[in-house]
Design a protein. Structure first.
Length: 162
């Protein structure tokens, strides 16, 4: 039986990591947060080809997976490998509420205080999502999602409220 390969794309605070962890556990597959391949060191973006190679290597090594992140260009690398694509698009206010309630992420921050020190920057980043014209914006996410021809679903705020 082929295990799922699920790609999740969305704004910061949209619930990507929460959904990815739940799906990975449910299906017994590996989970890759694209932040781990997008940066060569904290605050320094890795070369795109290095990040793309890391995604392809992960796909080859994993017996099914969930990949999640907010990088449209890296999602484009993963999408041809995916069996399903989930676009988390619950709206800016939901993302802000999630960011405010986010537990400490020790894989990304040395302490909860370090994480909280960047909260206002993160909230501004989230607010800019609908108008951004870069790799992290709603337009780029929509473009990658719309181009995917396999099983896909967009999750909106009304889907999360039920």
């Amino acid at each position: 039986m082929t295990r799922p390969r699920v790609l999740i794309l969305g704004n910061s605070g949209s619930g990507k990591t929460t959904m990815a962890r739940a799906l990975a556990e449910l299906h017994g597959v590996d989970h890759l947060d694209l932040d781990l391949v997008a940066f060569s060191e904290p605050g320094v973006r890795a070369d795109f080809e290095d990040s793309a190679a890391a995604i392809r290597a992960f796909d080859l090594e994993a017996d099914g997976w969930v990949i999640e992140g907010s990088y449209a260009s890296l999602a484009e690398v993963a999408s041809p490998l995916a069996t399903e694509f989930v676009f988390l698009n619950p709206g800016v206010e939901t993302c802000i509420a999630h960011a405010r309630a986010r537990p400490w992420e020790p894989e990304k921050y040395d302490s909860k205080a370090d994480q909280d020190a960047g909260l206002e920057f993160l909230l501004d980043w989230i607010r800019s999502y609908p108008g951004r014209d870069d790799d992290y914006g709603q337009t780029a996410h929509r473009t990658v999602f719309d181009a995917f021809t396999g099983d896909k679903r967009e999750v909106t705020s009304s889907d999360l409220e039920g």
